[in-house]
Design a protein around this ligand. Sequence first.
Ligand code: NIG
Ligand code: FE
Length: 416
Amino acid sequence: KKQPVSILIKNIKELIQVRETNVLKVSGADMKELPTIKNAYLLIEHDTIVEYGKMEDCENIQADKTIDATGKVVLPTWCDSHTHIVYAGNREQEFVDRINGLSYEDIANRGGGILNSAEKLQNTSEEELYNQSVKRLKEVIKLGTGAIEIKSGYGLTVDAELKMLRVIKRLKKEFPVKVKATLLGAHAIPKAYKDNQKAYVDLVVNSMIPKVAEEELAHYIDVFCEKGYFTLEDTERILKAGLAHGLTPKIHVNQFNAFGGVALGVKYNALSVDHLEELSDDDVKALKGSNTMPVALPSCSYFLSIPYSPVRKLMKAGLPVALATDYNPGSTPSGNMNFVVSTACIKMKMTPEEAINAATINGAYAMGVSNMYGSICRGKKANVIITKEIPSYHFLPYAFGNNHIETVIINGVEIS
Ligand code: NIG
Ligand code: FE
């Protein structure tokens, strides 16, 4: 079927996240503002947003296809800046074990957790891994995600990490959504290195990073900086090596313990510091004046029953906040950004405006794509969600757990 070259969406009840100038992120009190046009139109040509405005100014506009959005809200697609959607199998047994009283830490200590996923992935062919990952990517696109960051980190050998990153590269090629890849070789200490952590960090620094950079398989370098995983010293070595090979830091910090990982990320100009369920005053101070985006992952808090990131502290300090899913088999087997936005409102007391800013423009920033994604702005990619008929955009987080999306448009093409 031939795709229309231009699409006019008219009678939009509320066109939200409209940005006249191409702002790259919104911070602090500005996050309370979600610029909106009521009774609006949006014009798409090819893969680009070319015009928008009030319906009364739409009279002379012609397009190959017109969509009537009476009673519906239109917004930019979600920008999910933190996922691990390339993985093999699942860990539903650990879920049951946790219900029966074991903690996430107990499970990791008996060789479950990330090591469990790594074993599964090492024994899965690249083709099969691709097929499993395709299902997840299709699922999240239907849920309105139009840009996604995907990490390696369930390989934990040079070969298996490269296998994961090649799968990400293939997803990027085969799907119209924006994909950014991150090397997370330092996700856990493999069994073989249990008593020689330094040797594993050597492997990441001397082998994984150079190979990944040489094959141009990743943009970002990530480390799980956490007690029982990688220390500040390990993290610093890996970030330095990544930077030397052109990989920008984007790191897991403060999921369970706050011990200086945030300041370290800022020191190396990390694009984002993610998790932050624990957050000290020093962490907030370190972030002030930096280019680093703090990213909260409320579905992870929900699933593991750990604290929600105290995002109000960040916003009060004038800082920006982004929201992402963390879609992975261990701590967040869900890639639903609608649920993330709802949970941020319900559990973290973000206003709908703050949560939507965090899940669109600031999410785009946290994966380095906010020049082209994350807002309704002339010249940006035509990635938009059209909702079903709803009373207002507040209804999106309010009526949680329901699917309010009717149509997803990616690069000017309706996804069916
Ligand atoms: O972001 N925290 C580290 N990594 C993942 C979980 C990994 C797993 O349990 O498989 C996360 O939550
Ligand atoms: Fe994660």
